[in-house]
Design a protein around this ligand. Structure first.
Ligand code: NAD
Length: 363
């Protein structure tokens, strides 16, 4: 199937999109509404395997160009995440430009929902950073193409606990590959970002006896969680100089870059954040050169996607958890492929995902 990229901008044509940056994308839609103040972009990367499912992120981007780059990068990642997880889904993502703590209203979320609806099911949304299940309820009022709605409305609720479980599985598989045992008891793990996913990961790790260092910009949350789980707080950029076994990025992307890789003393990187490598090829290779085993983000953070996918099929939490548990075996397979083919772990994961999409295209 070949679909020409289109940029739809029904009410305002101020968004300038270079043709080059859209290469390889099926459709990019600019959603603007003066009445509610909505400024959003929906990017559909690939629908070969199924409808493009990906969350909506609300963030105070400095410019529309920055928002566009983010949504393009994230939607591409979703295609590969669905493909490697064996789901019948394509990749898409949406971003809303604005401050989620002050600019989010029911009217804005419903307007966004009507834009999603206008795509007729080609794009299915869910929550991401800056969103919650209540927001999805408003979106649901305008479209059925939304997942991650509250359990009380027949949905699967917050996907974060399942995402955290998948990250934990990927981390244990990494430990097994690196150290011959997946036991994390006594290992020092740095969790950067103790939000929805980070806190759930912290729970799994402390239950198993790992020593957890936590880092966040939210100091109140840090002290509460340190007290609750007996975790150690380290603030700011100093985290990259610590003696640790595992680094789990669970806040934002691009924290694995030449500067941090040079400083990091860990042997494993395994976390939930999307696009952890600032540059996929360069930084994947730098990690490998330094003997750091990098668990590909789009593989081990797929639990949330698996969970919302299950919602489309008729939600079955046990099935979603079991499918997420399989991340352990897939992670091991990817590490073996990377070693055999002498490529980075990120490249190995990408190759398997791209192959699945190509095979389906040729069927
Ligand atoms: P969240 O917003 O609940 O938590 C993020 C946390 O990171 C917050 O506590 C925030 O204060 C902190 N943070 C922000 N900037 C920081 C910085 N510079 N340094 C340290 N901490 C910082 O988000 P979440 O749902 O827990 O998701 C975390 C990451 O995992 C995001 O990158 C998200 O895209 C990714 N992810 C989440 C899911 C999911 O199911 N929620 C699924 C896949 C991927």
């Amino acid at each position: 199937m070949s679909v020409k990229p289109t940029v739809k901008n029904p009410k305002n044509d101020s968004l300038v999109v270079s043709e080059m940056s859209l290469m390889g994308y099926e459709q990019v839609v600019s959603c603007q509404d003066a009445e509610t103040g909505l400024k959003a972009i929906i990017a559909i990367h690939n629908t070969t395997l199924g409808p493009a499912l990906g969350g909506t992120r609300m963030w105070n981007y400095e410019s529309e160009e920055q928002a566009l780059q983010d949504v393009l990068r994230l939607s591409r990642g979703m295609s590969f995440k669905a493909a490697i997880s064996g789901l019948e889904l394509g990749g898409g993502k949406a971003v809303i430009i604005g401050d989620s703590t002050t600019e989010k209203t029911e009217a804005l979320m419903r307007k966004f929902g009507s834009f999603v609806d206008s795509l007729g099911g080609k794009y299915i949304t869910a929550e991401d950073v800056g969103m919650n299940t209540k927001d999805m309820e408003y979106v649901r009022m305008e479209t059925k193409y939304v997942t991650g709605i509250p359990e009380s409305m027949g949905g699967s609720g917050d996907p974060s606990p399942v995402t955290a479980f998948g990250v934990y599985m990927g981390m244990k598989a990494s430990a097994r590959y690196k150290w011959g045992s997946d036991n994390l008891d006594g290992k020092i793990v740095l969790v950067q970002g103790v939000g929805h996913v980070g806190e759930n990961l912290l729970k799994h790790l402390t239950d198993e006896g790992a020593k957890v260092i936590i880092n966040d910009i939210n100091e109140t949350r840090l002290s509460e969680l340190a007290e609750q789980y007996g975790a150690i707080i380290v603030m700011g950029d100093a985290i990259f100089d610590l003696d640790i076994d595992i680094y789990a990025p669970c806040a934002l992307g691009a924290t694995v870059n030449p500067d941090t890789i040079a400083r990091l003393k860990c042997e494993i990187i395994a976390g939930s954040a999307n696009n952890q490598l600032a540059d996929e090829d360069r930084d994947g290779q730098l990690c490998a050169d330094k003997g750091i085993l990098y668990a590909p983000d789009f593989l081990i953070n797929a639990g949330g996607l698996i969970n919302v996918y299950s919602e489309i099929k008729g939600y079955d939490r046990e099935h979603a958890i079991n499918q997420t548990r399989a991340i352990y075996d897939t992670t091991l397979e990817i590490f073996k492929k990377a070693e055999l083919d002498e490529i980075t772990t990120h490249a190995a994961a990408l190759a398997i995902a791209e192959q699945r999409i190509a095979d389906r295209k040729n069927q």
